[in-house]
Design a protein around this ligand. Structure first.
Ligand code: FAD
Length: 484
């Protein structure tokens, strides 16, 4: 068993029924959902809301919330920041609809928590897209301009003084603030969703991994170690673990995201003067991000392609448990907040991030009969978007012809990444290029040409990304950076 995140330990300690029984017999159901993270749980909730009599079973290989949903940084963000990428995939009209829905989702998640007494330490403090070196200044401008052309102004540029004052980071150079964002304790949200799903009659089996999936029978069948579930529809909400399916593997790479957490230091954080509920990330290729907690800790993470890559379809220890990057993460944190250097680091952990080329997920089916549907590829930006994923997957399962089943993100996966070993070698080369770009940017130098050229192949997070169809000119360093 891997070390769990601080968040999940906290959530399990507060949970009166921490483990649901494992499946130990063959059963039938209308819908079988595989994966007990936000994506699977929101889908289950949405299905029960739409059709309360539906028999929905959810299986989870470990505990609900033990995947990325219980390990993430808890930035509850919209897709406004990814508008340019959305528009490349779906066109401006659909992109606008999805981005607006993603912004509304932030409020919807908060309202759901209030309605169901889920105390997930939510603060509606917004998101600051900041610059921690000169090369990052203005990386938000294309997105702001594209949104303004549509009459939307969710992101506003801040000057340096405002950015420093609100973030508490003295060396920060500027930023852009988005109001439709909140911070949450991620595992408390996941475990809260699990409780409400159970209350609504979803049958949850934990410590029940899918070991095989049959799609050649009239109804798909999910095999687990001690029982099989035969269902009319199967939903794969397995995040990075969906790598085992070739149709999904070709469209995403998996890399670890790593986080460290200080001990409680409320007086020191108060002395910095930072907004307690603000979530902040910077514009570097290997993004840095941070946020506070209600007991006065600072969580600091590093993402993008900075972590450990998986090889092929195997997802093992490399993306779970303790982070081996505690020292570099602490160094980056203390560079930003020199006054916190003596506070130390209390915990560190990592989790898998399912990166697609566009930084946006795919929704599609694995079989010709469309009985096995999946979502994958949230690319480090899934806390809020998984709420929408629940709507999309539920509409696909119920075969409804509505704006969610027809959503522009419902599309077949493409061969966006080469097979192994080219993918693994290429990922490392690109990471080295991104490191070289970040180092040069931090030092105020122009990154080497070779690094800049290679960095163009990095999967995107915040827009824009380069579509296969129309290669874009080389972006300025820092312009193509992942979310977390
Ligand atoms: C370190 C880190 C920081 C992040 N920070 C942010 C952030 O601040 N904001 C943001 O929006 N996003 C963030 N993300 C991304 C976000 O956490 C994910 O996009 C989101 O949780 C995805 O939800 P999910 O349900 O798809 O995946 P998961 O929560 O990973 O759920 C998938 C579940 O499937 C289960 N599973 C796997 N294989 C099997 C099997 N064979 N049988 C049964 N069950 C199986 C897993 O155990 C897991 O519980 C971060 C991710 C990481 C790792």
């Amino acid at each position: 068993m891997h070390a769990r995140s601080f968040w999940l330990d906290e959530a399990l300690a507060a949970d009166p029924s921490p483990i649901a029984p494992a499946l130990d017999q063959d059963i039938r159901a209308d819908v079988c959902i595989v994966g007990g993270g936000y994506c699977g749980l929101w889908t289950a909730l949405r299905l029960k809301e739409a059709e309360p009599a539906l028999d929905v079973v959810l299986i989870e290989r470990d505990l609900c919330g033990s995947g990325a949903s219980g390990r993430n940084a808890g930035f509850l963000l919209s897709w406004w920041g990814k508008y340019v990428s959305l528009a490349k995939i779906c066109g401006e009209v659909e992109a606008l609809r999805i981005a607006r829905a993603s912004a509304a989702a932030v409020g919807d998640v908060m309202a759901f928590c209030r309605a169901h007494a889920i105390d997930a330490d939510i603060r509606h403090g917004g998101w600051l897209w900041s610059a921690t070196n000169r090369a990052q200044l203005g990386v938000w401008q294309d997105t702001i301009a594209a949104l303004a052309r549509q009459g939307e102004h969710p992101i506003a540029e801040w000057d340096r003084a405002e950015t420093v004052r609100r973030s508490g980071a003295p060396s920060i150079l500027g930023g852009a603030f988005e109001r439709d964002a909140a911070r949450i304790q991620p595992a408390l949200l996941a475990r809260g969703l699990r409780r409400v799903a159970q209350e609504r009659g979803v049958r949850i089996f934990e410590q029940t991994p899918l070991v095989d999936l049959r799609m050649d029978t009239p109804n798909p069948a999910v095999t687990t170690p001690r029982g099989t579930i035969t269902a009319r529809k199967v939903v794969l909400a397995m995040n990075a673990w969906a790598l085992r399916f070739a149709a999904i593997r070709k469209a995403m790479v998996v890399v670890s995201g790593d986080i460290v957490l200080t001990p409680p230091i409320p007086e020191r954080l108060a002395a910095l003067g930072a907004d307690e509920g603000l979530t902040v990330s910077d514009g570097r290729a290997l993004v840095h991000y941070w946020r506070g907690t209600r007991d006065g800790r600072l969580a600091f993470g590093k993402g993008g392609m900075s972590g450990t890559f998986t090889f092929g379809g195997r997802l093992g220890d490399e993306v779970e448990g303790e982070t081996p990057m505690r020292a570099p993460l602490a160094a980056a944190l203390h560079k930003l907040f020199p006054g916190l250097a003596s506070a130390g680091i209390a915990r560190g952990w990592r989790g898998p991030i399912d990166r697609t080329r566009s930084g946006l997920p795919f929704f599609w089916h694995l079989d010709p009969a469309r009985n096995v549907v999946f979502a994958a590829g949230f690319s480090g930006n899934g806390v809020g978007p998984c709420y929408l994923a629940g709507k999309i997957l539920a509409s696909l399962v119920l075969e409804r012809a509505d704006e969610w089943s027809r959503c522009g993100l419902v599309r077949p996966t493409a061969r966006d990444f080469p097979p192994e070993p080219v993918r693994f070698i290429g990922s490392h080369l690109i990471r080295h290029a991104l490191i070289a770009c970040d180092r040069a940017d931090d030092a105020g130098r122009t990154p080497p040409l070779a690094a800049r050229l290679l960095a163009r192949f990095a999967p995107a997070g915040v827009s824009p990304f380069q579509s296969n169809a129309e290669p874009a000119p080389a972006p300025a360093p820092g312009h193509e950076r992942p979310a977390t």
